[in-house]
Design a protein. Structure first.
Ligand SMILES: Nc1ncnc2c1ncn2[C@@H]1O[C@H](COP(=O)(O)OP(=O)(O)OP(=O)(O)O)[C@@H](O)[C@H]1O
Ligand SMILES: [Mg+2]
Length: 511
């Protein structure tokens, strides 16, 4: 774009560095962002993307370098300063206040419209919130505490908060991780409108297709440094992956190992508060995909099997040497004892104890395995097991004793996965296992799924990325509004057909 080449940058990051104990998270980074430009930022988990964003936001202080906003040096020692300078942020880990409503969160820290005598004009506030959400195509209850909203809805609230700031630059760190395709389309439409109005956008995502769809330039980071900045039109996905990882990543899905015909888990007529009448058999060595839109009941199904959501009707049988045993896990602890492990989708609220070290988070649910005598834990073995699992998953950390809070988003996700693998797993329940995980690590996770199934483990896989479900699963079931609408052979269907079942258009099948 001509205007991009000639104009003064909206924001200039110059030779900025940030060191954490043991890691140079951002290393001498320079980057120019222009008005009216959507700039992509990509890199592996732990490359330093979010740290760079936090420096720009004034949430953490840089050690070196300068940042210019419209040509003027900015201190950026405090988040208010970034806000005053017209910069808005959607952070990777959302900063919502859980017991505030959507309206309150959207206007948090912004100027409230006032009535003549000074009181807050709540009616105007609500209308304004409604309008911003409408732009996003989001239908969200305005008066519930946001803690009661789904992860996707919370993201939309957080996006609305950034839009309501009327900023000149909006930084989006993994905004689409928990959005549906439709919501992503709305977001992109909003981004294009912003761009026409001259707003700049810095856009971070591990989904390279999005980067190609929405950006004009791309910057690649690796180990804290900028590898290159390029016009989007001049690069291919292969180039990006090569720059990000230093290697080429070719086959995305490893060949499936053949599933057996030996039943492992039989579910019949299972119903919960939302799901109704779900029936399937998972075989040893099989990956059974669970497709459906967000809110279709996929997560509840996994949580019921894991003893984390109430089962109202139906039966679950686990097959073993002694035939089929009826089971009804009433708690995650009981599910783990039976050999069922869940990697949940919402890592920060459901998965991790952020202040505790990696190894404790990994072994948490299997402490019995690490007991030396009675209650005394064998710390050495805990740490060894963590290091081994970490290596298998390509976990990037300084030490197994590091608090999980210090890991990058994608690496936190790997800890959740590591924990699910720490015990004797027979049935692995995976809810969005690769959300926020970089291309290289995705490959590692796919390979681990393949290896586990080769050992006879059965996997129930929920993922919003249809290619992932189709690439990994042998068969899949499709849920729509809590009901099972189809059971399909993964090799025999394409994405369109699965989507048609998800949306309820076209053919329906008796399950
Ligand atoms: N508070 C902290 N204390 C210590 N180290 C940290 C802290 N925050 C981040 N780091 C480290 O800084 C490095 C960069 O992390 P950052 O979160 O910026 O990565 P990222 O590129 O955003 O990764 P992801 O794609 O997984 O979100 C990592 O090695 C991470 O462990
Ligand atoms: Mg990040």
């Amino acid at each position: 774009m001509a205007q991009v080449a000639s104009a003064q940058p909206l924001v200039s990051i110059r030779r900025v560095s940030k060191r954490y104990p043991g890691v140079l998270a951002v290393d001498d980074v320079s980057l120019d962002l222009f008005a009216g430009e959507v700039h992509g930022l990509v890199g592996e988990n732990g490359a330093g993307k979010s740290t760079l964003i936090k420096l720009l936001a004034g949430a953490i202080a840089r050690d070196q370098g300068e940042i210019l906003v419209r040509g003027r040096p900015a201190e950026l020692r405090h988040v208010w300063e970034a806000k005053r300078l017209g910069l808005a942020f959607i952070h990777q880990e959302l900063n919502l206040i859980p017991y505030f409503t959507a309206v309150e969160n959207i206007f948090l820290g912004h100027a409230y419209p006032r009535r003549r005598w000074g009181g807050v004009d709540w009616r105007r506030l609500r209308m304004h919130a409604q309008k911003v959400l409408e732009q996003l195509g989001a239908d969200i209850p305005l008066d519930l505490p946001v803690s009661r909203l789904s992860p996707g809805q919370q993201t939309l609230v957080s996006i609305a908060h950034a839009l309501a700031a009327d900023a000149d630059l909006i930084v989006m760190d993994e905004p689409t991780a928990s959005l549906t395709d439709q919501e992503i389309e709305h977001l992109f439409a909003v981004i294009r409108t912003l761009q026409q109005r001259g707003v700049g956008v810095l856009y971070i995502s591990h989904r390279l297709a999005e980067i190609f769809a929405i950006t004009q330039r791309i910057t690649v980071m690796r180990n804290g440094r900028v590898v290159t900045t390029q016009p989007t039109a001049a690069v291919t996905e292969r180039d990006l992956v090569q720059w990000m990882t230093g290697r080429t990543v070719d086959t995305i899905y490893p060949p499936r190992s053949p599933a057996t015909q030996t039943p492992l888990l039989t579910v019949a007529g299972l119903s919960g508060h939302f799901c109704r009448d779900i029936s399937f058999t998972l075989h040893r060595g099989e990956v059974l995909g669970v497709a459906g839109l967000i809110g279709s009941g996929r997560s509840e199904l996994l949580r019921m099997l894991f003893g984390a959501a109430p089962v109202l009707a139906g039966s679950i049988h686990l097959h073993g040497e002694r035939g089929a045993q009826p089971i009804r896990p009433r708690s995650p602890a009981e599910a783990y004892r039976l050999g069922l492990a869940l990697a949940p989708e919402e890592r920060r609220s459901q998965g991790l104890v952020l202040t505790r070290p990696i190894y404790e988070n990994t072994t948490l649910t299997f402490l019995r395995n690490f007991a030396r005598s009675g209650w005394l834990l064998d710390r050495r073995r805990e740490i060894d097991a963590t290091v081994q699992l970490g290596a298998r998953l390509g976990l990037r950390s300084r030490s197994p004793r590091q608090p999980v809070a210090q890991l990058s988003g994608g690496n936190q996700q790997k800890v959740v996965f590591a924990r699910a693998l720490a015990g004797e797993v027979r049935v692995l329940l995976l809810d969005e296992p690769t959300r926020g995980v970089d291309v290289g690590a995705k490959q590692d996770i796919y390979r681990i799924i393949r290896d586990l199934t080769a050992q006879g483990v059965g996997v129930l896989l929920v993922s919003s990325e249809l290619p992932e479900v189709l690439g990994l699963a042998h068969r899949l079931i499709v849920l729509r509004e809590g009901r099972q609408v189809a059971t399909l052979d993964a090799d025999a269907v394409g994405e369109e057909e699965v989507l048609a079942y998800c949306f309820g258009v076209g053919a329906t099948q008796a399950p």
